[in-house]
Design a protein. Structure first.
Length: 342
């Protein structure tokens, strides 16, 4: 998975004169406090290659990367990404311990690390040519440049978080869709070193979505919900790329479309999966509707339980949403991290 290109927007505050006296003008809004992140550094070695271990409250970052910008920003980035995971959609629990992330200097080193971690289970992961993965709460990445590596860290970091904290697994499509939703960020702050996570700021996913729309290769909601990325990787029609792009759009749809009709359902779904109540709710829903064919697969069943069983109607709404956000001129808003429908 590639990450989005870097887009920087300078934001300046402004005031509007209303003719009121200086005493009645509201005071300027103070910027949000910058969270202090303590980083402990020590030496670390991987098969004779010198590296670093950087520890924060929630992460142990093992790295042999020799890019000083990447190494200097990664730990803080991951802590702020975790803040984003826990607040972007709804309030979610804090991890009780540290999660391990590895950023290797190159792919051959990553391959050796993956085999060392997984042994005989490593083979499917070794098919990854650009990116990384997370399993059992551990993230495995290699340096492909600052922006792309950190965007992948944001994506895989969501998987690390749910693998560590959630008591029940989300359906694959929703797990992956939210991970893509968490990718978008820009660099803010006086030194342009502080990540500002903005889910719309994902030009690459937008471009993939628009390309699929132009070639009439978008999936129906039923197909999307019933499919896993592994089902698509051997195809030559970019279906797996479209899958991730539509997943990114699906979370925006559930949060923002139809006057927010589905927002509460998305929040409940994440809260229930985190606390272990999701399967119970799905079981009650299936019992009340009868064993409909659309509910036999986990993705559609969970989706129907939280957003309604009329998938054909919701799909029509989703397809209209896709048409609107890929309309001419939308990319300008995406590039600055804004909703193209505003």
């Amino acid at each position: 998975m590639r990450a989005l290109p870097l887009v920087v927007l300078l934001l300046a505050g402004c005031t509007v004169s209303t003719g009121s006296s200086p005493q009645s003008d509201p005071a300027p809004t103070a910027p949000p406090p910058v969270r202090t992140i303590s980083i402990d550094r020590s030496s670390w070695e991987f098969r004779g290659r010198a590296g670093q271990l950087l520890e924060t409250e929630h992460y142990r970052l093992h790295t042999t990367a020799n890019n000083p910008v990447l190494v200097g920003r990664a730990s803080r980035f991951m802590e702020l990404a975790l803040d984003h995971y826990r607040t972007a959609i709804t309030d979610l629990p804090e991890p009780t311990g540290q999660m391990d992330t590895y950023i290797f200097a190159d792919r051959p080193e990553w391959v050796r690390g993956t085999v060392g971690l997984l042994g005989d289970r490593a083979r499917p992961f070794l098919e990854i040519r650009r990116g990384g993965f997370a399993t059992g709460g551990t993230g495995m990445l290699w340096d492909i440049g600052v922006q792309d590596t950190l965007a992948i860290a944001a994506h895989e970091g969501w998987h690390q978080y749910t693998q560590t904290v959630f008591r029940e697994r989300l359906p694959t499509v929703l797990e992956e869709a939210i991970a893509v939703y968490m990718e978008g960020f820009r660099w803010d702050g006086p030194s342009r070193r502080t990540p500002s996570f903005q889910p719309w700021a994902n030009v690459e996913r937008f471009d993939n979505l628009r390309r699929a729309a132009e070639t009439n290769s978008l999936m129906s909601l039923q197909t999307l919900l019933s499919t896993a990325p592994g089902d698509l990787v051997s195809r030559v029609d970019n279906a797996v790329i479209t899958y991730y792009a539509q997943g990114w759009a699906l979370i925006h749809f559930l949060r923002e479309a139809e006057d927010g009709r589905y927002r509460d359902g998305l929040e409940r779904l994440l809260q229930d999966a985190a606390s272990g109540r999701m399967r119970e709710r799905v079981g009650r829903s299936i019992g009340s509707w009868g064993n409909r064919p659309v509910l036999n697969a986990p993705g559609p069943a969970v989706f129907a339980a939280y957003f309604g069983p009329e998938l054909s109607r919701i799909d029509a709404e989703f397809q209209r949403f896709l048409d609107r956000i890929t309309a001419p001129g939308a990319k300008t808003q995406i590039a600055i991290g804004q909703n193209p429908l505003d």
